[in-house]
Design a protein around this ligand. Structure first.
Ligand SMILES: [Zn+2]
Length: 143
């Protein structure tokens, strides 16, 4: 009798854990899609801004609102609500793979989104991210 109760309680606990995990994984997938989408929008907006400003990207992402992007919510991670980090001072003359926007922390299952100068978006782990960011910083700039 006691064993049956213990087994029932354990089964119930397992069920509860499963139920708790299901919506979370659904949410994190949604947040990941949202962030990928945000980054894509920012990439397109930066390209448009540069086209109107002699190839130069804006001093900050806020300069994109409201002409190129509707609202500043686009600059916020859907998972953690942290604002994306912007690398100012780049132009369309910089190499395509230089990181322009990135998430300050790896919010998506130990990975973070980055936006490259050419508008491409990628989800990177810490090692890949540090490498890409450093490569962009080391790139010699035209005076
Ligand atoms: Zn995010």
């Amino acid at each position: 009798m006691k064993r049956a109760i213990v087994a029932a309680v354990l089964a119930l606990l397992v069920l509860l854990v499963v139920l708790m995990l299901l919506p979370v994984s659904g949410f994190s997938r949604g947040a990941r899609n949202r962030c990928r989408y945000n980054m894509g929008l920012i990439g397109a907006a930066l390209g448009e801004y540069a086209a109107h400003h002699g190839g130069a990207f804006p001093p900050s992402l806020k300069h994109l609102v409201p002409k190129y992007i509707d609202h500043e919510e686009t600059f916020v991670c859907a998972m953690d609500h942290a604002t994306y980090t912007y690398v100012p001072g780049l132009t369309t003359a910089d190499p395509e793979w230089v990181v322009v926007v990135y998430e300050p922390e790896p919010y998506h299952e130990s990975r973070r989104f980055v936006l490259y100068r050419n508008g491409e978006v990628e989800l990177l782990d810490d090692g890949e991210f540090e490498q890409k960011l450093k490569a962009g910083r080391d790139e010699p700039r035209e005076p």
